[in-house]
Design a protein around this ligand. Structure first.
Ligand SMILES: [Zn+2]
Length: 416
């Protein structure tokens, strides 16, 4: 144990506890020293600690409760988050969005580029990156647009942006022109960057066809260019089958889906903004195909598509509310409760889907002493009024769940 120094007063309030730590794909039980002194508030500053064993400064009755099931996990990674700043700070800010992420157990997120100014050139991107530097509580990796203003008409300054962004995407809109997508993939390939695609052929509304026909087109372009390709928020069964076949053929493709497509189908949708997002929640057979895709490894990761809006923008019923729901603070308990607790996937698999795979595929580094402490035995009720995000709209309010993130650490510092 790498304890540095414990003051006399801290020693009295220190006890040891065995906690299961996820390391290299499995859980290993380790002994931690817990201190009830809060390192953030106390005048008696506690030494730094290590997540791999050592002093763990945390004050909670959960830790002394014998029925608690405690785990230390690598932080979750969400590759699909709308932080809304710059441009839409009435919906969310980098500060509130990353506080919500930390509360949900995420230590890294990728921020979507439907912003104002849109990050389609270095100058515009720098507006966002300086806000991230000032206000982000966790690691934020911005995307850049594929096309100028995500309008689909001309490519963004991909070459200049390349080394400063995680990947390129026009999330919120599909790239309609085949020629434009071919040009984007050719460029991205030469820069060794990934194209992250929101697939929606606007000739078909938001139907399943609108998604999978564009996936089909894109996969042909991937075969032609060799560009690395990631499909956003897959919702239709045909999309999963196309990705399954593309993987079999050896194409460099990956895919995410979001918790709401796994938990709900169209029969569950209520006339409320809480169920309004794009792509929409589809049929039972789509939901089942997504779950199968999770289980057989076709789907690489779960991303939230956290997309906050104002209360007014989500109050107009299903038909007229804006697209998008919040998800950072519910993703872990919702997946844990509906899939791990029910025995559909293992806890290790959840961690692969929410941490290992996005990290590996997007090249997001593991930082020493980043991590989260979670408890999985106590049941609680999702309450949107407790959220850190400015958004409130989502379909899980009142749901009874298991799996709570008790603390989130960035570089050994507690940020939640
Ligand atoms: Zn999207």
């Amino acid at each position: 144990m790498d304890i540095i120094k414990i003051s006399e007063s801290a020693k009295e309030k220190t006890f040891s506890k065995k906690i299961k730590v996820y390391e290299n794909g499995k859980f290993i039980e380790k002994e931690f020293l817990i201190s009830s002194e809060n390192p953030c508030c106390g005048t008696d500053k506690l030494p730094s600690f290590s997540l791999s064993g050592g002093l763990f400064p945390f004050s909670s009755s959960v830790l002394t409760d014998k029925s608690s099931e405690l785990f230390i996990l690598p932080g979750f990674v969400d590759v699909h988050v709308h932080l809304r700043e710059p441009g839409f700070s009435y919906k969310e800010t980098i500060e509130t969005g990353t506080a919500a992420a930390a509360a949900g157990g995420f230590t890294s997120v990728c921020s979507m580029p439907n912003l104002n100014p849109a990050p389609d050139c270095i100058e515009n991107l720098s507006v966002q990156t300086s806000l991230i530097k000032q206000n982000a509580k966790i690691h934020v990796f911005p995307y850049a647009c594929i096309t100028k203003g995500s309008k689909g008409e001309s490519l963004s300054d991909m070459e200049e942006l390349s080394e400063h962004v995680i990947a390129f995407t026009d999330d919120g809109r599909g790239v309609q022109s085949d020629e434009m997508m071919l040009a984007a993939m050719t460029k991205a390939k030469s820069l060794n960057k990934m194209i992250v695609a929101h697939c929606e052929d606007e000739r078909y509304g938001t139907s399943a066809e609108s998604e999978y026909l564009q996936v089909e087109r894109d996969l042909k372009l991937v075969a032609k260019t060799g560009c690395r390709y990631h499909l956003c928020h897959a919702s239709a069964k045909e999309s999963i089958q196309l990705i399954r076949e593309a993987k079999k053929a050896g194409l460099p493709v990956s895919v995410e889906t979001a918790p709401h497509y796994l938990v709900f189908c169209d029969e569950d949708v209520k006339d409320s903004g809480d169920f309004k997002m794009n792509p929409p929640i589809r049929k039972k057979e789509d939901q089942e195909a997504l779950i199968e895709g999770i289980c057989d490894g076709t789907i690489d990761m779960i991303a939230t598509d956290h997309a906050p809006h104002s209360a007014e923008e989500k109050s107009r019923g299903f038909k007229n509310s804006l697209n998008g729901i919040v998800g950072l603070e519910t993703a872990f308990p919702v997946i844990y409760t509906n899939f791990v607790k029910k025995g559909i996937i293992s806890f290790e698999k959840l961690i692969q889907l929410m941490s290992d795979n996005p990290r590996r595929i997007f090249g997001i580094p593991s930082v020493e002493n980043d991590g989260i402490l979670v408890e999985t035995n106590a049941k609680y009720t999702v309450n949107r009024e407790e959220f850190r995000t400015m958004g409130r709209s989502m379909p899980y309010d009142g749901m009874e769940v298991y799996g709570k993130c008790l603390a989130t650490f960035i570089n050994g510092r507690m940020v939640k």
